[in-house]
Design a protein around this ligand. Structure first.
Ligand code: NDP
Length: 285
């Protein structure tokens, strides 16, 4: 498909433009649905982000994703924020509504959509490892979806406490922080366990969360943010203990599905996107 200015344009503003599986995944969905839309990955240095957003406005882009380090600084160049992006203070997806660019965060929404295929978090007790950007996005969406208790387990205390304070102040969930010191035993009564750390991300595929595997119980839903590889050691351990699992590929695919819906109003078929990512990341076993 040729790139021309009659096509609807979308894309990504990042600082490392070369390796981006999202491009292949989103473009595969556009091709599959015969949408005259292109997704272009643009390498944008931090000091030129405002120019890039003005360029997208001038060219009539339907929207764009942005990755680190742009997720917070992009806000000053946008016209407004969606509810969860406002609470998180981070945007990974800008959407043109009328003549405005509105900031949304599809990371947490993509996670939630994948989780909801297995369990509704309303009223559930969650243990979440990590307190970085992914954890913040997921914690806010879980809280807005009605999770009643969220225990944030993190190595660094400052980040962990900041996230817990945010959840307690801005959502109805009851959040508490537990410093991750030594092997963590998942408390009885936990319904959902989330790995929102980077442990297990390629090439550190032997990375394993320091938890007592005996405390993973059948009936728990165990979700991992790691998309590459999708079958992390956590996912394997949890399956072996009889838990229901949710891999990180679903989160990545669903944030793409949600972004495309925002930009084009089309509900795309996630299976074509999963097939593209599986090709890129290799077989899952
Ligand atoms: P950040 O760097 O913001 O946060 C990383 C988190 O992992 C921190 O809580 C950090 O703890 C923790 N961590 C890292 N290494 C260790 C370790 N060895 N032991 C204990 N804790 C550790 O990253 P993000 O939150 O942006 O991303 C986290 C992961 O989520 C990434 O791997 C990314 O690939 C994945 N992700 C997946 C998406 C998807 O669509 N599937 C979307 C977005 C992210 P501390 O604070 O103590 O340093």
């Amino acid at each position: 498909m040729a790139l021309n200015f009659r096509s609807m344009l979308t894309g990504s503003f990042s600082t490392g433009a070369s390796e981006n599986p999202t491009v292949a995944m989103v473009e595969a969905a556009f091709r599959h649905h015969e949408l005259d839309v292109r997704y272009i990955n643009c390498e944008v240095p931090p000091d030129l982000l405002g120019d890039a957003v003005r360029g997208a406005r001038a060219m009539g882009w339907a929207g764009f994703n942005c990755s680190l380090p742009h997720k917070v600084t992009v806000i000053e160049h946008l016209d407004g924020l969606g509810e969860s992006a406002g609470i998180m203070g981070a945007v990974n997806c800008a959407v043109r509504r009328g003549d405005q660019f509105i900031g949304e965060n599809t990371d947490g929404k993509g996670f939630l959509k994948s989780l909801m295929e297995k369990v509704d978090p309303a009223g559930k007790a969650v243990v979440m490892f990590g307190a970085g950007g992914a954890a913040r996005a997921i914690g806010v969406e879980l809280a807005l979806a009605g999770a009643s208790r969220i225990t944030v387990v993190n190595r660094g205390a400052a980040r962990g406490r900041t996230l817990v304070d945010l959840l307690n102040q801005k959502t109805a969930a009851e959040a508490r922080f537990v410093p991750w010191e030594g092997t963590y035993a998942i408390p009885e009564g936990t319904d959902i366990v989330v790995n929102a750390t980077s442990i297990g991300l390629y090439p550190d595929v032997e990375g394993r969360l320091d938890i007592d595997p005996e405390t993973l119980k059948p009936g728990m839903v165990v979700a991992d943010v790691i998309a590459n590889p999708p079958r992390t050691l956590l996912i394997r351990d949890a399956e072996a203990r009889g838990c229901t699992v949710v891999d990180g590929l679903g989160m990545l695919i669903n944030q793409g599905v949600i972004g495309i819906k925002y930009w084009t109003d089309v509900d795309v078929d996630p299976t074509v996107m999963r097939a593209t990512l599986t090709d890129i990341f290799g077989a899952s076993d």
